[in-house]
Every structure is written in C-alpha cells, then in structure tokens.
Design a binder for this molecule. Structure first.
Ligand code: SF4
Length: 245
C-alpha cells in the first residue's frame, strides 16, 4: 500500500470517528495544502481554518484566495484579540520578539496560541501538517495525539519533504511563492527567513534565538515566588487590557 493510500484510509477513519467535529488547521504551507486536498477528496468537504496573526507574509495571504477558489470553500480566519495586541504593542513595541525569548513567546501566545485555543472550542479533532522530518523536535511526533482535547491528528507524520513536493507537483497544487525564494518553512513575515543548503528545514524560523533559547527564563515575583518570565509578561498584558477597557 502506498503512503498516499495509507493516509487516505486514515483520513476516512478520522472522518467516520469525528464527523462534522473534524477540521484542518493550516498555515497554508505545502503540507497544509496536501492535507486539504487529501481531505476534500476522501471526505468531500471539511472545515479549514488558518491563523491570521496580522504579521503574515503576502505570499501566505495570497494562498487563502487560491485555496478557496480551487476547492470552492471558505477558509475560516482565526484572528488575535485586538485589545490584547494593542496592549502588547503599547508596552513592548510591535517587533518585541527580537528582544528576548520570553517576549517572542508572549507575541506567539497573543497572536497565535490563544486565538487558536479559542477557535478550537467547537472542534473535536483537527488535522495538522506536521512531519517527523521537519526538525529534531518533531522527530517523534505521533499520528494521533489523544491526550488532550481536541484530538490532534498529524496525518502526514510519516511523509518526507520529497513526498509532499511530489504530491504537490503531480496534482498541480497551489504553493506559496516564498518557496521559490529559498524558504523551506513559512511563518510570520518578520520571524522567517530563507534557509541555507544543509540547514534544518525550520532553521529560518526565529533564527536569531540560537543563544537566547538556552536561558532558563525564570523570574522572582515581589512575593518571592518563582515564575517564568513569559508568564509574568502575559500577566502584565492582561492587566493592561483590563486597564484599557
Ligand atoms: S511568529 Fe513572530 S510575529 Fe508571529 S506571533 Fe510569533 S513572535 Fe509574533
């Protein structure tokens, strides 16, 4: 059985188990488009969601229209809370992520993690485009992650970059124009650069963090309690949102 056939069976099984509670969350990279194509063919339709952080590159925003036109679907855009973004920018500036790992984490939480968590409240399970070959941190990713709700299904976990590229080319799927400029993983515009030959596929994401990521990021509160710096920053922003309301 081919990888394509195995994945199609998996997608159908997920469809049978989760029905209309099933969705795809995609950043519209090649893997996400393959996932949309597989699910549309195997299931006849599926909710497709993408996070529009407000800092996406034009190439990614263009992909929304291309995918909607090809499959006749409406992609749901998940957006951050305006008040949270405004408070964060007011306190730390728009490009705070270059300052430190905790500030980058704050931005990712406010623009991506929290909006996604809110959007997934009415979803039972969702497909991702994660692959084991994308990076060292993803090498053990499971196909089904059932330990939390909603269930996360990494249906392409066993696919290689070449499998994805071949499927994309064979079916003439739309692809983000940034791939032709040397990008191998595409996230927010200010946090992604093209990769160099031999580099990890995701080496262009938050490339400036190499040294800072080794910091423990711990902080002592006025009461003497140990807290992660990222948590302190998040709490400050929520207090600011309340003060601005
Ligand atoms: S990737 Fe960069 S711009 Fe996007 S949410 Fe994270 S820190 Fe913010």
């Amino acid at each position: 059985m081919t990888l394509f056939e195995q994945t199609t069976i998996l997608v159908r099984e997920a469809g049978a188990e989760f029905g209309s509670g099933l969705a795809i969350v995609t950043s519209l990279q090649r893997e996400g488009v393959v996932m949309v194509d597989l699910a549309m063919n195997a299931l006849g339709g599926i909710r497709v969601m993408t996070i529009d952080t407000g800092r996406m590159p034009d190439g990614t925003l263009e992909m929304i229209g291309l995918i909607e036109a090809r499959y006749g679907i409406q992609i749901e855009r998940i957006r951050p809370d305006d008040a949270e973004v405004a408070a964060m920018v007011e306190v730390h500036g728009r490009d705070l992520f270059y300052d430190s790992v905790p500030k980058r984490s704050l931005c990712c939480n406010i623009r991506k993690v929290w909006p996604l968590a809110r959007a997934l409240k009415n979803v039972d399970a969702y497909f991702t485009g994660l692959r084991r070959g994308q990076s060292e941190t993803r090498k053990d990713v499971a196909v089904f992650e059932r330990s939390s709700t909603p269930v996360k299904i990494n249906a392409l976990a066993e696919w290689s970059a070449q499998d994805v590229a071949e499927y994309t080319a064979a079916l003439g799927l739309p692809e983000n124009r940034l791939y032709s400029e040397g990008y191998t993983s595409i996230g927010c515009d200010p946090c992604t650069r093209p990769t160099k030959p031999g580099e990890d596929e995701r080496a262009g994401r938050w490339w400036w963090e190499t040294d800072e990521a080794r910091e423990c990021g711990l902080h002592f509160s006025p009461s003497g309690k140990v807290e992660r710096t990222a948590d302190v920053l998040l709490r400050e922003i929520l207090e600011k949102v309340r003060a601005n309301a």
